[in-house]
Design a protein around this ligand. Structure first.
Ligand code: HEM
Length: 213
């Protein structure tokens, strides 16, 4: 037990937990996006997808608890690493002079992460913790995106999500030891395509629903 606590609280252990939970979120995002694309099929298609999902209720509950656990580990570990990196900075000069080749994604990880945490809470209040009696999930979602301000918030959030994923995806693989010169360009390429899919796939949905409202 002692070795377990030591491992997860070590610097390498914390980075590995960020990587595993982050890749778990990527899987969730891929499944969530695939389901949400049924919105393009209209009210019936999206409601049928949502009904099918709810018919798998015990499994969905397990997945929801898993997601919540992953979110707690990812957010708490991320905040601890952010604080430790911040406290370890020897001087502002050292920070600004360092790090050739760092991307917007890598530099902004803690900030885009905190923004996404706020977005997910807002998103759950929009679509999850709402009274669904006498309406359907399609009407709730399409009703929300009749408001251009809500569409703007979602489009901005999807750009931030794409930036976060663009760094997080390949960085997770690197942390888990896949930084072989042969595979890294492929992993970076897949990460870039996946982040574009997240940004465009999720981001265009609210715009489409506003356009057809
Ligand atoms: C246009 C973009 C999106 C739309 C239209 C959308 C729509 C939805 C809908 C309809 C639900 C189900 C509510 C319910 O039946 O209880 C949901 C749940 C959820 N969404 Fe999204 N979503 C979008 C983007 C995102 C993104 C980018 C994330 C993560 C960063 C996200 C995270 C979640 C989470 C964590 C849940 C709760 C899952 C659960 O309780 O099973 N969503 N979303």
């Amino acid at each position: 037990m002692n070795w377990f606590v030591q491992t997860v609280t070590s610097s390498v252990g914390k980075k590995a937990m960020m990587a595993i939970t982050g890749l778990g979120f990527c899987l969730f995002l891929a499944a969530h996006l695939a389901g949400n694309l049924t919105i393009y099929g209209g009210r019936q298609a999206f409601n049928a997808y949502a009904d099918h999902l709810h018919s798998l209720e015990p499994l969905v509950k397990v997945a929801e608890f898993g997601l919540l656990f992953f979110a707690a580990v990812h957010v708490i570990t991320g905040l601890v690493l952010f604080y430790q990196n911040f406290a370890a900075r020897p001087s502002r000069y050292a920070v600004t002079s360092s790090a050739g080749g760092r991307s917007i994604g890598s530099r902004t990880m803690p900030y885009t992460g905190i923004f996404l945490l706020g977005f997910v809470l807002y998103h759950l209040l929009n679509f999850h913790f709402v009274d669904k009696t006498g309406t359907t999930i399609y009407d709730i979602v399409s009703g929300a995106f009749e408001n251009p301000a809500t569409v703007a918030v979602y489009v901005c959030a999807m750009i931030v999500a794409a930036i976060h994923v663009s760094h997080g995806f390949w960085s997770a693989f690197q942390t888990l030891g896949a930084n072989h010169p042969k595979y890294m360009p492929l992993i970076r390429g897949v990460g870039l395509v996946f982040s574009l899919l997240v940004g465009l796939g999720f981001g265009l949905l609210p715009v489409y629903l506003l356009a057809v409202s």
